[in-house]
Design a protein around this ligand. Sequence first.
Ligand code: ATP
Length: 236
Amino acid sequence: MLEVAHLTCGYGDIVAVDDLSFSVEAGEIFGLIGANGAGKTATIMALAGLLPVRAGAVRVAGRDVTAMPAHKRAGQGIALVPEGRRVFAELTVGENLTVGGTRLDAAALERNRAKVFETFPRLAGRARQLAGSLSGGEQQMLAIGRAMMAEPSILLIDEMSLGLMPTAVDECYRVLSRLREEDLAIVLVEQGTERVLDAADRVGVLETGRLAWTGTRAEAAGNSAVVEAYLGVDKG
Ligand code: ATP
């Protein structure tokens, strides 16, 4: 579904991601982990079309989207859940969802909104509540729900767990498993390893912009010392 081939991107003189290649099938979660500054966010931004690709290619279901701007990529099925949720604080929950489904007709909007509320019962009944007044966990649920409004085939999620209560993290991970069953291809970026190693089908470890290690969840579990060494985790 998603193919990343020799992706290189950066900021000014900084090469944030260097010759990165991986692919994600429909119904699969690819967990991308790495230490601070490893290039995780840059990867997600380049896939979403928000950071220019300097070399390499991004393909969706075989179609080259590398030269497409972000809004065109959204039309190809790529949806982004950005770091820090970025919900529209001054809009209501319902309005945030409407923004996520701007290209839909009224019937599809209604259908998808109902599905989001069914997926996240904590958001149901809060359609008129301002998004800025939600808890961090609820805002993350709303950010995922907003992305789902566009009926994507590929979901990019940056730092889903950051700053959330463990129960909210659990709920978000439960939803990801469900979305995988619905055949989404999911790229999940996290700084912490534990949850990713539980949830992802395959894992990639980024180290200063390069893919230092990649393997299945089972291989990552068997190699956790290696994975943690790349992340600079010292368990003493
Ligand atoms: P973190 O978990 O801290 O967000 P990350 O793995 O997501 O880390 P990136 O944010 O992708 O890392 O950063 C990759 C590299 O690009 C780092 O060297 C970082 O300093 C640099 N970088 C990130 N954003 C910018 C920017 N706006 N301008 C210049 N350099 C940047």
